[in-house]
Design a protein around this ligand. Structure first.
Ligand SMILES: Nc1ncnc2c1ncn2[C@@H]1O[C@H](COP(=O)(O)OP(=O)(O)OP(=O)(O)O)[C@@H](O)[C@H]1O
Ligand SMILES: [Mg+2]
Length: 466
């Protein structure tokens, strides 16, 4: 794709503006000069006509005609042929003056100024002034005309137009060049910013763009760029701690596996011992598989994967199925489950079971024995909320906000950290995200509540229904 610099674009725009402004000014100046030159020519014609008119009025005899003819010829000669005079009769027949006037029919029949057309624009451009006067002797209507060579005037106008065009072209070029230079200067902060961005080193997550002395227009851009870097830093830190957590979680079972295998290789074993060893190794491997599968599920959800196999279900019915499935475990802790409320939503019921089973599983682990667990289903405007409340040890506020993070546990020494890795709630969060929902947790008056929301109509299913 062809790219152009902002500076050259701006200079082209400046040049176009200059073309527009200078053309308007140029046309205005030219037409006002044309007007004033025409006015000047008309004044000259009127002056000469006024000079001759008394002579025409006093013609009474053929001698007087001859005298007038002579006088007009003298006047024409005195001005180097620049000014010419005619007298016509009513039929436009030349009675006195230059017979060579090509198209006498062009002379208007009433008083006024006109332009005599000519093949040679410049040299023969003349203006006529016509007026009526009467011949005293026979009272015949005669017409008197005077013309002036407009070569000088037209020359002045043309010269002015030429100069105007040259000055305008130079002006436009100057504006374009100045515009280019000015915009280059204006773009300097952008260049400074991009060279700063180029210098940002990979792996150094504390580097930010320097926003001091930046113009307002760029300040917002630099600030949002720095915001992206902030978020990148958080994501990077999460990834780093996530990698460390994964390594940590997998290290223990791997160490166990290696230790047991080495031990068994160091001396002879009978079949039963070997079977026991393989059984325990298999358990360890299954736990590792669970962690890896959970991790894969979480990474898909984090990559923005949405629930696709959705169907409209009653959440109360689905919750009942999950409780049935969890019944043996719940009975172990003598927990009684109450399901309150209902809502119909378009969800992936397998993901819903997984999330609810994780929450109920936590109740089995952390709820006060022989207490009641309440599963509440509430319909909100665009979402449904599913919460699981149980009696138990209060959770500090600082922990509550972090419990949905991967591998985060309030007290990893408590409970069975070999089978429980702190992934249950992060999977609940992933399920919520896959349904455009969110998660929440509260701990009040000895009741701990964990829950999630789901969009009643997830976006993808709206799309597929269209
Ligand atoms: N109902 C609850 N009552 C009290 N604490 C809870 C409850 N549910 C979760 N927690 C706390 O939140 C932590 C994280 O829970 P989460 O379900 O993510 O992990 P886990 O139960 O420890 O392990 P996993 O679910 O992977 O087997 C738990 O370790 C526990 O400290
Ligand atoms: Mg759990």
């Amino acid at each position: 794709m062809k790219t152009t610099s902002i500076s050259s674009r701006l200079s082209v725009m400046f040049a176009l503006c200059a073309v527009l402004i200078l053309s308007v000014y140029g046309l205005f100046l030219r037409s006002s000069l044309d007007d004033s030159l025409t006015k000047q020519m008309h004044n000259e014609l009127i002056f000469r006509a006024n000079l001759i008119e008394p002579w025409i009025g006093s013609r009474a005899s053929p001698e007087a005609w001859q005298r007038l003819d002579k006088k007009l010829a003298e006047l024409t000669e005195a001005e180097g042929g620049r000014v010419k005079y005619w007298i016509f009769d009513a039929d436009s027949t030349v009675l006195l003056g230059d017979n060579s006037l090509s198209d006498l029919g062009q002379i208007p029949s009433n008083n006024g100024f006109t332009r005599i057309p000519s093949d040679n624009e410049l040299s023969s451009d003349r203006y006529l002034y016509t007026t009526f006067t009467s011949f005293d002797g026979e009272n015949t209507a005669l017409r008197f005309a005077v013309s002036i060579d407009s070569t000088a005037y037209v020359g002045t106008l043309n010269e002015f137009t030429r100069t105007l065009i040259i000055i305008s072209i130079l002006g436009i070029l100057l504006v374009a060049l100045l515009g280019f230079a000015i915009s280059r200067m204006g773009m300097k902060p952008v260049k400074r910013l991009s060279s700063q961005a180029e210098k940002l080193e990979a792996g150094n997550y504390d580097q930010r763009l320097d926003t001091t002395n930046l113009p307002n227009e760029l300040l917002a851009l630099a600030a949002s760029f720095n915001g992206v870097l902030d978020r990148q830093k958080v994501a990077w830190q999460q990834l780093e701690s996530f990698n460390a957590d994964v390594a940590h979680e997998l290290r223990t079972p791997l160490t166990n596996l290696i230790g047991q295998t080495q031990l068994s290789l160091s001396h002879q074993h009978d079949i039963e011992e070997l079977e026991e060893l393989l059984g325990s190794n298999l358990e360890e491997l299954e736990r590792m598989t669970t962690i890896v599968n959970d991790m894969l599920f979480l990474s898909h959800a984090q990559a923005g994967e949405a629930a696709t196999q959705t169907s409209e279900v009653s959440l109360q019915q689905e919750a009942l199925k999950t409780v049935d499935y969890m019944e043996p475990l719940l009975e172990e802790s003598a927990l009684h489950v109450e399901i309150k409320g209902d809502a119909v939503a378009c969800i992936d019921h397998r993901l819903f079971h997984r999330a609810l089973a994780n929450l109920l599983g936590n109740c089995v682990q952390y709820a006060t024995v022989k207490s009641t667990v309440v599963v509440a289903i509430e319909k909100q405007s665009h979402h449904v909320s599913i919460s699981v409340s149980n009696q138990g040890t209060p959770i500090e506020h600082t922990h509550l906000n972090r419990l949905f993070e991967r591998f985060y546990r309030v007290d990893s020494s408590r409970g069975d950290s070999r089978t429980h890795h702190g992934l249950g709630l992060s999977i609940v969060k992933a399920v919520a995200l896959m349904h455009q929902g969110s998660v929440f947790a509260t701990s009040q008056n000895g009741i701990n509540t964990f829950g999630f929301t789901l969009a009643i109509q997830p976006e993808h299913s709206i799309l597929t229904k269209k």
